[in-house]
Design a protein around this ligand. Structure first.
Ligand code: DGL
Length: 247
């Protein structure tokens, strides 16, 4: 048994959707949520800056007893997770866009993500990568009502999306490659029906849960608790209450 914190990190509110899943799957754990609102959005930052931010944020949490870290942020996972693994004394997990499975199943797949995540993936016969420049930022700044952010407006201002529609690429699978997009998942359903809508949250949560169970590191608190750090802990709390109410 290990009653240390599970640290969950994102640029802001996106990772709260992952945290919501974590609290369902691991209801006796103690979570530490770090939403780096002060430096959000991450999606257009350089690789070097992302590394600097990740390392400095990790330093801020390691004065507490942390037993595992989860990057609830695709941008962090695809860019800095390997580096973080070499630096930390505890396991680091990440939310990644589940692209390989969809493409291996020969599903016509659209990956929507931040520009920095998009750089890691290549277009192919089955995969179209569509960076959405300001979407995470709009959702973040609309924190009192993130569900109201208008997806269509962002789709139609994307050159990559326009090319896909001109080529009549109609997807079987749509991957939400940014945790912020979970807040407007219904709009993706409506717009791309009957395509399946997928994200990497569940895989990351199950990987973490498996690790804790197999290594004997599950906690034994009566209920889950969440502590917040970051510049805008208040904003995170408002959304978190909203997410929990929607369970
Ligand atoms: N939520 C993050 C992700 O999954 C980052 C969004 C941003 O800050 O640009 O990529």
């Amino acid at each position: 048994m290990n009653n240390g914190y599970i640290a969950v990190m994102d640029s802001g509110i996106g990772g709260l959707s992952t945290l919501n899943l974590l609290t369902k799957e691991l209801p006796r754990e103690r979570f530490l949520y770090f939403g780096d609102n002060f430096n959000a959005p991450y999606g257009e930052k350089s690789y070097t800056l992302l590394n600097i931010l990740a390392v400095s944020n990790l330093r801020k949490i390691f004065d507490r007893e942390v037993k595992a870290v989860l990057f609830a942020c695709n941008t962090l996972s695809v860019n800095v997770l390997l580096n973080a693994k070499t630096l930390l004394p505890v396991p680091v997990f990440g939310v990644f866009p589940p692209v390989e499975k969809a493409v291996a199943e020969r599903k016509k797949t659209m990956l929507f993500c931040t520009p920095k995540t998009a750089e890691r993936y290549k277009n192919s016969e089955y995969l179209k990568v569509i960076p959405l420049k300001r979407l995470a930022h709009s959702i973040e700044t609309n924190a009192a009502a993130p569900y109201n952010t208008d997806l269509k407006q962002h789709l139609f201002s994307s050159e990559e999306y326009r090319i896909c529609t001109e080529e009549k690429f109609s997807p079987d699978a749509v991957i939400l490659g940014c945790t912020h997009y979970n807040f407007i998942k219904n709009q993706f359903y409506d717009h791309f029906c009957p395509a399946t809508i997928q994200s990497g949250d569940e895989i990351a949560v199950f990987a973490l849960k498996n690790y804790l169970a197999r290594s004997g590191n599950l906690a034994n608190h009566n209920i889950f608790t969440v502590d917040f750090i970051g510049e805008c802990a208040k904003k995170n709390e408002i959304i978190f209450n909203m997410v929990v109410k929607n369970r």
